[in-house]
Design a binder for this molecule. Structure first.
Ligand code: LER
Ligand code: MN
Length: 271
């Protein structure tokens, strides 16, 4: 089982980035706890010293399975579905600017909240068209570097666009590129999916990345999700990627990160 955990390279307002800032300190901690990977949340690749980051990741022998991009929405308001074409274009350019970083690490680029929400006055079909166009453009730009994009269905309280796996699969059909798939997150799935394991089976090989948090968005083991069943269903699809922890830093970040590792050891699922 390959385990990773989210680390934001900058301090962030996003509460479920379990770890943030103090990059070397946190990478050392992540490796010492027994993780094989670190999922990096990067608002803007221009703010990152890529050489130094790569050297640190190598120093601690960690893989980077995915790069999160949602802070460009949360902290700058960039989105694929903003009524202002300049904002949509800036969002596309921002995602494209992640491609070299993702290629270097062999990471998937996550499309979370940068897809946006349907803003007042914007028609649903129009927003979906903008979304499809942006995803097609970015996934085509990423393909020559072998980089995949993964859109995350996010619960209704955070966005009005693509809340569940079925909507995600429809979007995949509309975008029509082979390197565009989904990131499923158990916290959102617990709110939106009729049956979590069924939805995992329905997405099958289009699952490019996977987030875990328990029902209360604490670390796995702190809520009531049946992770044995969920992860068994995930591995049965042939998924061979990372199980990436994205949960609240409670009771504190280090304890949560350690409890996540201990939980998976106890559960002992092979994959
Ligand atoms: C990001 O991975 C996520 O799960 C969202 O809740 C972001 O707001
Ligand atoms: Mn997530």
């Amino acid at each position: 089982m390959n385990l990773s955990i989210v680390l934001s390279t900058q301090q962030t307002q996003f509460q479920a980035a379990t770890l943030s800032g103090a990059v070397e300190y946190n990478l050392a901690k992540i490796a010492a706890l027994g993780y094989q990977g670190v999922e990096l949340a990067v608002r803007d690749p221009q703010l990152v010293d890529v050489e130094a980051l790569d050297a640190l990741v190598k120093k601690y022998n960690l893989k980077v399975p995915a790069i999160g991009t949602g802070q460009a929405w949360g902290e700058e308001g960039l989105s694929f579905t903003d009524p202002d074409p300049a904002v949509r274009q800036a969002a596309i350019e921002r995602i494209n600017s992640h491609i070299p970083l993702a290629a270097r690490f062999g990471a998937v680029i996550i499309i979370g909240l940068i897809r946006g929400i349907i803003k007042p006055g914007v028609d649903q079909h129009q927003a979906e068209e903008w979304l499809v166009e942006a995803l097609a453009a970015c996934s085509r730009a990423a393909a020559p570097d072998g980089v995949q994009l993964a859109l995350e269905p996010i619960n209704r309280y955070e966005t009005t666009l693509i809340n569940d796996a079925a909507q995600g699969m429809d979007l995949i059909d509309r975008v029509g590129t082979a390197n565009f798939g989904l990131l499923l997150d158990t916290f959102h799935m617990n709110i939106e999916e009729p049956q979590i394991e069924e939805s995992i089976r329905a997405c099958g090989s289009r699952i490019f990345h996977f987030h875990v948090a328990d029902s209360n968005r604490w670390h796995p083991g702190a809520g009531h999700l049946d992770f044995h069943s969920i992860i068994s269903a995930l591995y049965a699809t042939g998924y061979a990627g990372f199980i990436s922890g994205e949960f609240l830093p409670l009771p504190d970040a280090e304890t949560a990160a350690a409890k996540n590792i201990a939980y998976w050891k106890r559960l002992s699922i092979t994959g």
